[in-house]
Design a protein around this ligand. Structure first.
Ligand code: CAA
Length: 380
């Protein structure tokens, strides 16, 4: 086992850190407050190769491995988890899915601009009555000549308002249950494709989330991704990689919480000394550091399995389950160490808690991750 990163991985980590500190940090507080999408930042991330990190250069990507992706996601999310999720959805759920399962036509027409960051992607699986129980898709896509006619509603779609291309799971054969679900790539602006209002969220407020509506929306048959009936497998396989991205986002938030806690405890004085001298504070700080290291190990292991072409769904579920849990715990501890100052917006730690909570919910709740892990351990 080798715990060293390659020179290239270290370089990517460093460049993500520089970009996050210099280009993302200055506007993070205002964007959170105003729920403002970071359009310019996403454009620049694309120019630097961060929006299609794992895509082959043949399709406009940076051709990097998943370990590099984890390192970059941590650095970006440490500064702004909203930017982290925008990047994660485009990389893991959209680009990876299209490169793995898209036709040559789809890769040339859609993957290249997505990987280059000229276009933004979204992934639409959840519905009002199909969240954790994702097989119960009510969105219908009926084939009519050279088109699918799509009708239905999708919920909680990250990048929903800003995305140019949406991967939409829809039922093409009602008789076949989850084997009758297919994935269609639907362009923004297609007639019959609308969206609901921007959700007013607790955290990751600078990313946009909304519902999508389809009313007799005609989608060319060429925009079918993979094959009819493979949409649920597409969603699950893609989400496995997505869960590595969200685990990394959670680790970024946890690291930001730890750094804030260390900084504040060294400055704040009580009872005649800095509070970092008190064991109560020291215990919290060491617990945070151990949890973060454990979360990183799980996440890098899942990434290494993925890069090695091994099954990694259980590892990805473990990484997301644990990293999201400790992100919430670290943010809470950072607030506790800050006392009253942790409860107001002037200090960043209250945002870390608001941002951390979603990592236990999206891309499969913690309870769903436990189901995935347990089923894998209990199967014959
Ligand atoms: N990896 C690969 N395949 C998987 C899988 C995984 N992790 N989990 C399930 N599958 C496959 C099964 O192997 C099975 O495939 P076959 O039929 O080809 O054999 C198929 O999926 C159905 O599986 P089950 O019979 O186990 O179905 P189930 O209904 O009992 O359980 C579930 C499925 C695991 C609960 C699944 O519905 C699930 O993961 N739900 C959570 C959905 C989710 O993560 N939503 C996130 C929305 S996207 C998002 O959040 C993006 C964002 O905004 C940032």
């Amino acid at each position: 086992m080798n715990f060293d990163f390659t020179d290239e991985q270290k370089m990517i980590q460093e460049s993500a850190k520089d970009f996050a500190e210099n280009e993302i940090a200055p506007t993070a507080v205002e964007r959170d407050k105003n729920a403002e999408f970071p359009t310019e930042i996403v454009k620049k991330l694309g120019e630097l190769g961060f929006m299609g990190m794992m895509v082959s250069p043949d399709y406009g990507g940076a051709g990097m491995d998943t370990i590099s992706y984890v390192l970059a996601m941590i650095e970006i999310s440490k500064i702004d988890a909203s930017v982290g999720v925008i990047m994660s959805v485009n990389n893991s759920l959209v680009c990876w899915g299209l490169e793995s399962y898209g036709s040559d036509y789809i890769k040339k027409k859609y993957l290249i601009p997505l990987a280059q960051g000229e276009m933004l992607g979204a992934f639409a699986l959840s519905e009002p009555e199909a969240g954790s129980d994702a097989t119960k898709q009510k969105t219908i896509a009926d084939k009519d000549g050279d088109f699918y006619v799509v009708n239905g509603i999708k919920n909680w779609i990250s990048n929903g308002l800003s995305a140019d291309y949406h991967l939409v799971m829809a039922t093409t054969d009602k008789e076949k249950g989850h084997k009758g679900i297919s994935t269609l790539l639907i362009e923004k602006g297609t007639e019959g494709f609308g969206h609901g209002v921007k959700e007013d969220k607790l955290g990751i407020r600078s990313s946009d989330t909304c519902s999508l509506t389809f009313e007799n929306c005609k989608v060319p048959v060429e925009n079918l991704v993979w094959e009819e009936g493979k949409g649920f497998n597409f969603a699950m396989n893609t989400l496995n990689g997505g869960r590595i991205g969200i685990a990394s986002q959670a680790i970024g938030i946890a690291e930001a919480s730890l750094h804030a806690a260390i900084k504040y405890s060294r400055e704040r004085k009580a009872f005649g000394q800095t509070i970092s001298n008190f064991q109560g504070i020291q215990f919290m700080i060491s617990d945070m550091a151990v949890k973060i290291d454990a979360a990183k190990m799980l996440t890098l292991k899942a990434a290494a399995f993925k890069d090695a072409g091994k099954p990694f769904f259980k590892e990805a579920a473990m990484a997301k389950l644990y990293s999201s849990k400790i992100a919430v715990e670290c943010a809470l501890d950072a607030i506790q160490i800050h006392g009253g100052y942790g409860y107001v917006r002037e200090y960043l730690v209250e945002r870390y808690l608001r941002d951390a909570k979603i990592t236990e919910i999206y891309e499969g709740t913690s309870e769903i991750q436990k189901i995935v892990i347990a089923r894998s351990l209990l199967k014959d």
